[in-house]
Design a protein around this ligand. Structure first.
Ligand SMILES: Cc1cc2nc3c(=O)[nH]c(=O)nc-3n(C[C@H](O)[C@H](O)[C@H](O)COP(=O)(O)O)c2cc1C
Ligand code: SF4
Ligand code: SF4
Length: 271
């Protein structure tokens, strides 16, 4: 594999850790790697040999922003081969099958994917299911899975992979019937602490639905647009966003959030 563009989305840092592991491994093998955060304004590098789509599973399906990004890819993406690097806390449900269908519409062939498990980032589940209230995933074992996958893929000729539709998968159907903004409904009546906020820009750079906007020296959130990715709560260094129900102790301050915001601060901070 000579060159790869990794199109990535990560709201709390877990997928970003996998992206870094994949990029390191490929570069070590001599592949030129171009990273593109799908919410960034810069134009991606489209003329690479292989595309990797790296994203979390939300709401039993691939994250909405990634699906939208792929649906809006330009015609030059046609004919490319693609791999998936997927992150989720439980099961990836019908993710490969759904992605195969979306990519096919753009003329892109899905040739394989890897799933790495990450700590739960949905703060509703973290609050009410104590066993999910952990940090530290993806750990080295999960990151090794990602490294091994891209390393193997890089040495082979990529061929389209068959992903079977499983009509008995409950999670697949939950993904089909659940509206994209369903998780966001948990975060009504948000509170924004202007005194704490440093206007660092991380939350509104990262918000996949443009729900958070800056107006002079204050921020606003359009709750109707929020898809509930929890990025703003989880990555804000000073916990300026809370709700009457969800407070800082429920947030996921995972191992990789700091790494993620360093990347944002380089490129997108202060829009
Ligand atoms: C709104 C929301 C919905 C989620 N839905 C699922 C799901 O259906 N299945 C699953 O296994 N994990 C689910 N998760 C967990 C995330 O996929 C997991 O924490 C992932 O590692 C987050 O990656 P990120 O830090 O790169 O955003 C969900 C998380 C959020 C915030
Ligand atoms: S991440 Fe927190 S401190 Fe930074 S702009 Fe958003 S609310 Fe303010
Ligand atoms: S406002 Fe909603 S969609 Fe935007 S970052 Fe926060 S939780 Fe995610």
């Amino acid at each position: 594999m000579k060159s790869v563009t990794i199109f990535w989305q990560s709201q709390s840092g877990n997928t970003f850790a996998c992206v870094k592991a994949a990029a390191e491994e490929l570069e070590r093998a001599g592949t030129s790697v171009f990273l593109h955060h799908i919410l960034a304004k810069e134009a991606p590098k489209f003329d690479t040999e292989v595309y990797i789509f790296a994203f979390p599973v939300y709401n039993f399906k691939p994250a909405t922003a990634m699906r939208d990004f792929i649906n809006n890819l330009p015609p030059e993406a046609k004919g490319k081969k693609a791999l998936l690097v997927v992150n989720c806390s439980g099961a990836w449900s019908g993710t490969p099958y759904v992605m195969k269908k979306i990519l096919k519409k753009k003329g892109i062939e899905l040739c394989g994917g890897v799933l790495a498990r990450g700590s739960e980032s949905y703060i509703l589940l973290r609050k009410y299911i104590k066993v999910l209230n952990n940090t530290g995933m993806p750990d080295q074992k999960e990151l090794r899975k990602v490294r091994d996958f891209v390393s193997k893929a890089g040495k082979q000729e990529l061929k389209p992979k068959f992903y079977m539709f499983n009509p008995l998968s409950l999670f697949y159907w939950l993904g089909v019937i659940s509206p994209d903004n369903a998780p966001g409904k948990a975060f009504k009546n948000r509170l924004y602490d202007k005194e704490k906020c440093t206007l660092c820009g991380y939350c509104y750079s990262l918000c996949p639905s443009s729900a958070i906007t800056r107006d002079a020296d204050t921020l606003k959130c359009d709750e109707n647009k929020c898809v509930g990715c929890c990025g703003c709560f989880n990555i804000c260094p000073v916990n300026a966003w809370t709700t009457p129900v969800y407070k800082a102790e429920n947030f996921y301050k995972g191992a990789y959030a700091k790494d993620l915001i360093k990347t944002l601060s380089k490129k997108e901070n202060g829009k």
